[in-house]
Design a protein around this ligand. Structure first.
Ligand code: DC
Length: 649
């Protein structure tokens, strides 16, 4: 599936167990691999980034046994990999790339490290410069300062002082620190410039200590790895839930959950060693109601809604992305500062965030290292949009939150596999979408009138999906495009400029309510509706009507294709004779000429085309209720639908 369509949701609440922390998982794997003894790791994250690290360790000859039940055994190599020559492919896993670069540069072998094209655009020069001070031989295979790299066996000069820059990525310092015990000598690392993202370095120091190596530090400037340091397995290591992944659910709770049924994440809490747990404080500053236990956190919305904040995000660089989307639900502007590192992540996250929020109609300002978000208002409402994710898991996860105020499509949702493969399944379990009543049936059955009345009675939105096929046919014929030319008609459908307002329909600004109902356009609609590319092009346009407080959709495939999760599905029909008679009377009432037999023949031909086409044929779905209006008036049929809906809610 290359997109996921999210309806507007009306509520959120419930508990979710988090996947393992990416930062802890990849550090723990490398430390276990370098240690003496076997380490049993519990709760390791199963994702692309950890898969790349596991493959790399396998290539290097480290024995890893998956015991099932979420447990892995890693047989440590005591600082010396069995395989001394290898080429490693590390995808876009920054944590794996940086830490393996440092480790293998000091490991007395010949290695090539590569990644996906984006990995080759992410800087690594600061780490390479630091490793060269120890005598490491590192060659840039393409561009200076960037992967891919060749690391060769070299005479490492142990000990002394190594200088490293800390203001581009903290992963450089992390990689260096993890690798230094391989030299056996006391080494002092001096950070030049400001050290960003410190909490990640804390995770590194914490885990190194669990494997027996205590790093002495002076402030955040100087770190000393002692002489004779060596990693020894702690036996069992439990990976906490991922605090960055928790941010999406906590924000969801802060936007849409009540105090009685908050959103609760399990797997991180008060005892966490991950800096991103402090994301909860940022939400609190926006007014969210947060509660914290040893290994859980819950969030719900404050009575008056969230308030915009200005926040230095240096301590929560990843989770801060979630704030950018939460900001559209706040009163007042939100400004996120100190986020320069966003520009060198999976994508340029400042630019990506600004572009995609902009598609929703959000006003965004960006600077080199900051982003400001002004929430929507009556003059600047949000609009449904198709969101691109730039192969960045966090973009996909962040934007799911926007569905609390507008339906949207998220392209390539599978990119969450980097850190959270089943994110959208878990998200959907916590939310209540706006209800849909799907009313399908043949032409002239009265479903249009019934649907509009039901929508009116409930205060719901109304989608006349047939109108979109009619408008496509009309627009195609206006542009001289043949109704048989599938690609060209699909293009017309994709660019359709329509507006539904107060019972009128406008095509490219022109009122077309009557023009789209002529017999010729009806015949054209039935033809273009049989083209799969046209149906695909109109899919999101229809789902964009799926808004709070609810929707009544009328058509042929509302219940089967467009809204398969509809709360109530109805197949509203009448015999061909009855429908032909209704149309005949309608035409007479308008003073038009009409021929009963011709109307019946035309209607039967259209029924046949709608029900025999291979894509989305007209038929009663197994889960749709039959409403036969042969002997029912509009009022009675409307009442029946409302009764059925009432019984479901
Ligand atoms: O409901 P209507 O008569 O306005 O629909 C016009 C045409 O569009 C009709 O031939 C069936 C087709 N249609 C469709 O294929 N799928 C829908 N969801 C709605 C209409």
């Amino acid at each position: 599936m290359d997109f996921i369509d999210l309806p507007q949701l009306t509520a959120a609440g419930g508990s979710v167990r988090l996947p393992g922390s990416k930062s802890i998982s990849n550090r723990a794997l490398l430390l276990a691999a370098l240690a003496e003894g076997v380490t049993e790791i519990h709760g390791l994250l199963a994702s692309d980034d950890t898969a790349r690290m596991l493959e790399a360790l396998d290539t290097l000859g480290v024995g890893v046994t998956d015991r099932g039940d979420g447990r892995l055994n890693v047989a440590g190599c005591a600082g010396r990999f069995a395989v001394r020559q290898a080429e490693l492919f590390l995808g876009n896993a920054g944590t794996a790339f940086r830490s393996l670069t440092a480790t293998l540069a000091l490991a007395d072998g010949d290695y090539v490290l590569k990644g996906v094209p984006r990995m080759h655009e992410r800087p690594i020069g600061d780490l390479v410069d630091a490793l060269r001070q120890l005598g490491a031989e590192i060659e840039y295979l393409e561009n200076d300062g960037f992967p891919p790299l060749r690391l060769q066996a070299a005479r490492i000069v142990p000990g002394g002082v190594v200088k490293i820059r800390g203001d581009v990525s903290s992963q450089f310092l992390t990689g260096l620190l993890l690798a230094l015990p391989l030299t056996g000598a006391e080494t002092t690392v001096e950070v030049e410039g400001e050290l960003i993202s410190r909490p990640y370095v804390e995770i590194t120091l914490n885990l190194m200590a669990r494997f027996g190596v205590r790093v002495a530090r002076k402030g955040w400037q100087t770190f000393t790895v002692p002489a004779g340091a060596r990693y020894v397995t702690p036996g069992v290591l439990r990976v906490e839930g991922d605090a960055s992944s928790a941010s999406y659910f906590l924000a969801l709770g802060a936007i849409g959950a009540t105090a009685a049924n908050p959103v609760r994440v399990e797997g991180v809490g008060r005892d966490s060693i991950q800096g991103d747990v402090r994301f909860a404080e940022a939400l609190q500053a926006m007014g969210a109601v947060i509660e914290t236990g040893d290994d859980w956190i819950s969030a719900s919305a404050p009575a008056g809604g969230l308030t915009g904040i200005t926040l230095d995000c240096n301590h929560i660089p990843d989770a801060a992305m979630t704030l950018a989307v939460a900001a559209i639900f706040a009163r007042g502007k939100t400004t996120l500062t100190h986020i320069a590192s966003w520009r060198v992540k999976e994508t340029d996250r400042i630019a990506a965030m600004a572009t995609e929020l902009g598609k929703l109609g959000v006003r965004v300002e960006e600077g080199g290292d900051w982003l400001a978000i002004t929430p929507p208002d009556a003059e600047h409402p949000l609009r449904p949009a198709i969101i691109d994710t730039y192969d960045d898991h966090r973009m996909a996860m962040c934007f799911s939150l926007a569905s609390a105020s507008v339906p949207l499509r998220i392209n390539d949702p599978a990119c969450t596999a980097k850190t959270f493969p089943d994110y959208f399944t878990r998200f959907e379990r916590l939310v209540t979408p706006a209800p849909v009543i799907a009313i399908d049936g043949p032409t002239a059955s009265g479903k249009g009138t019934v649907s509009a009345r039901v929508a009116d009675a409930l205060g719901f939105h109304y989608l006349d999906s047939g109108a979109l096929y009619r408008l496509t046919a009309l627009a195609a014929s206006n542009k001289g495009v043949s109704w048989e030319d599938e690609a060209a008609v699909a293009e017309v459908a994709a660019r359709l400029e329509v507006q539904f307002s107060a019972g009128n329909v406008y095509l490219e600004g022109k009122e077309v309510s009557a023009a789209m109902r002529t017999e010729a356009v009806s015949a054209g609609a039935s033809k273009v509706a049989a083209l799969p590319a046209v149906r695909a092009a109109l899919l999101f346009r229809q789902r964009a009507f799926h808004r709070a407080p609810g929707l009544v959709g009328d058509g042929r495939d509302m219940g089967s294709v467009v809204f398969p999760q509809a709360k109530l599905k109805i197949f509203l029909t009448a015999s061909a004779a009855v429908r032909a008679e209704r149309r005949y009377q309608q035409l007479l009432a308008r003073g038009a000429q009409a021929d009963r037999a011709a109307i019946l023949a035309d209607l039967q031909a259209r029924d046949a085309r709608d029900s025999q086409r291979p894509v989305a044929p007209l038929r009663q779905e197994a889960d749709a209720l039959l409403l036969d209006t042969d002997h029912l008036g509009i009022d009675e049929a409307t009442r029946q639908v409302l009764d059925w809906f009432g019984a479901k809610t």
